[in-house]
Write a protein that binds this ligand. Structure first.
Ligand code: KMT
Ligand code: NI
Length: 172
């Protein structure tokens, strides 16, 4: 089940993998959450119709874990650096746990915990980062519209069209 809260920055400075909880929970307006069963998703009608409806023609899966990822240190460091993409970032969690941090419109970090069966869709242009939790294991499906492009543009990336579109849409 997705949980989200404002991040305690002081705790983050000490240990990036800690949940760093504050008392402030967050509503999940910008997150799309649908309860597929991660063990049965391939035959799930809702999952397949969502893929079709949103044009997610590409699908693969990755496991993040020190033993199964050859360039683990480089990759996890890169995921945790604040960035945007020019396309949606869509992740369906098959197993394990992790944290997506997203910036709110006041530039505060919201930490979103994702676990098995959660689906997360980040819009193009949103500043975010990803941290693996202390169990050091997450297996996710990556979906994409068309040929996948995983390029991350690190902050500052305010001049990108997608960032401008994002702020126009969500910053009032
Ligand atoms: C990204 O671009 O932020 C990622 O792909 C994070 C890793 S997927 C759990
Ligand atoms: Ni990303």
């Amino acid at each position: 089940m997705v949980r989200a809260w404002y991040l305690d920055e002081k705790l983050v400075a000490q240990n990036k993998s800690d949940p760093c909880l504050t008392e402030e929970n967050v509503t999940l307006d910008d997150l799309l959450k649908i309860g597929f069963d991660a063990d049965e998703y391939e035959n799930n009608e809702e999952y397949n119709s969502l893929k079709k409806k949103r044009g997610y023609s590409y699908q693969d899966n990755i496991t993040i874990n020190r033993c199964s990822m050859p360039n683990y240190d480089e990759m996890t460091e890169r995921f945790f650096k604040e960035h945007i993409h020019q396309d949606e970032e869509i992740r369906f969690i098959l197993d394990g746990c992790g944290y997506f941090d997203v910036r709110d419109t006041n530039d505060r970090w919201i930490r979103v915990e994702v676990t098995k069966n959660d689906l997360l869709v980040l819009p193009p242009g949103i500043y975010h980062r990803f941290a693996i939790d202390n169990s050091d294991y997450i297996k996710v499906i990556r979906l994409f519209q068309g040929e996948p492009v995983w390029t991350a543009f690190f902050r500052p990336a305010d001049d990108f069209e997608e960032r401008k579109n994002y702020t126009t849409k969500y910053y009032t």
